[in-house]
Design a protein around this ligand. Structure first.
Ligand code: GTP
Length: 293
């Protein structure tokens, strides 16, 4: 049987960071991981992070829960048919309801093949503490992702003071009293802890599908290199309803692009060493009203 872990958590909380770490840890243990992921927006930014030699299937521009479980079932079936692996790591989009995403895994097709181990939710603890600023629908999804976790990573602890850290843990625990909660920075969690997870008995699920969330994606391509200062000024003035931006950007004066990440006001630029399209995907609400840089 293949062990299956489902990684959930709001946009930009640290799921891909966790995924990359767990891939490494499983490999070090001599186990072969495979990945099934999906992304909002038709850019396969996260899957490029997975690395060579790891069997991978993805659904772009949709979400595992809403694209219908048949599509996900077909992808998982292809993975199982094409490759040998011991562990399947599923990364849902930040807009997915974790329990709805379970449908595909519990298909009778896989009853003899997949052993579901649990939902691991990565929470951006800073955003969690400031969740009143989110729109009610997004806030309810954020809470649902926490409520249904079997293991909870209270991530981005480095961005909080000690009293805020305690407050975040206390409040997260009130929402989900049964899951184990671990404080993390860059989703650093020992593999042993992940392996000790066991799935809870699930009650009725509150529906929070992406269609009701009003979340939109927008791909923006640039013909010319970007002026970093002007671009960061644009970022500073973005409304709170732009939850996530990621992609690759060529900066003026550089011949290779940088991978670019924006989550909750935090910006990350990392140099890349190959030519990549100068484009980003934005995820948020009311994007049509947004002025582009
Ligand atoms: N300061 C800080 N940044 C973090 C931490 N964990 C992740 N990040 C950064 O947060 C950004 C988003 O991380 P990802 O792992 O891509 O988040 P994600 O949940 O996969 O994002 P989506 O797939 O878009 O939902 C990246 O720039 C990470 O480097 C953390 O503990 N502290």
């Amino acid at each position: 049987m293949v062990d299956v872990y489902l990684f959930s958590g709001f946009l930009g909380s640290g799921k891909t960071t966790l995924l990359k770490k767990m891939i490494m840890e499983f490999k070090e243990k001599g186990l072969k991981p495979a990945v099934f992921m999906n992304e909002l927006g038709s850019m396969n930014f996260d899957s490029e992070e997975v690395g060579d030699g790891v069997p991978l299937k993805e659904i772009l521009d949709g979400c595992i829960c809403c694209s219908g479980s048949e599509k996900s079932e077909a992808q998982i079936q292809t993975l199982l048919a094409e490759s040998e692996f011991d562990v399947l790591l599923i990364e849902t989009t930040g807009a997915a309801h974790p329990v709805e995403a379970l449908d595909a895994i519990f298909s009778p097709l896989f009853a003899e093949r997949l052993n579901f181990r649990g939902i691991v939710t990565v929470a951006d603890s800073k955003r969690f503490l400031e969740r009143q600023q989110l729109s009610p629908q997004i806030r309810s999804l954020f809470i649902e992702q926490i409520r249904h976790a079997d293991l909870l990573l209270a991530n981005k602890m480095d961005l909080l003071s000690e009293p805020e850290q305690s407050q975040a843990i206390f409040e997260i625990q009130q929402i989900n009293p049964t899951a184990r909660i671990v404080q993390t920075v860059h989703a650093k969690v020992p593999l042993k802890l992940l392996e000790s997870v066991s799935p809870a008995q699930r009650g009725p699920v509150e529906q929070a599908p992406v269609s009701k969330l009003n979340l939109q994606t927008k791909i923006v391509s640039f013909d010319e290199p970007i002026e970093r200062e002007a671009f960061e000024e644009w970022l500073r003035n973005l409304p709170d309803t732009v939850y996530r931006i990621k992609g690759y950007l060529t900066l003026s004066g550089h011949s290779y692009p940088h991978s670019f990440q924006y989550a909750y006001g935090m910006v990350q630029w990392l140099p890349e060493y190959m030519k990549l399209r100068n484009q980003i995907v934005l995820i948020g609400e009311n994007l049509e009203e947004l002025a582009m840089p």
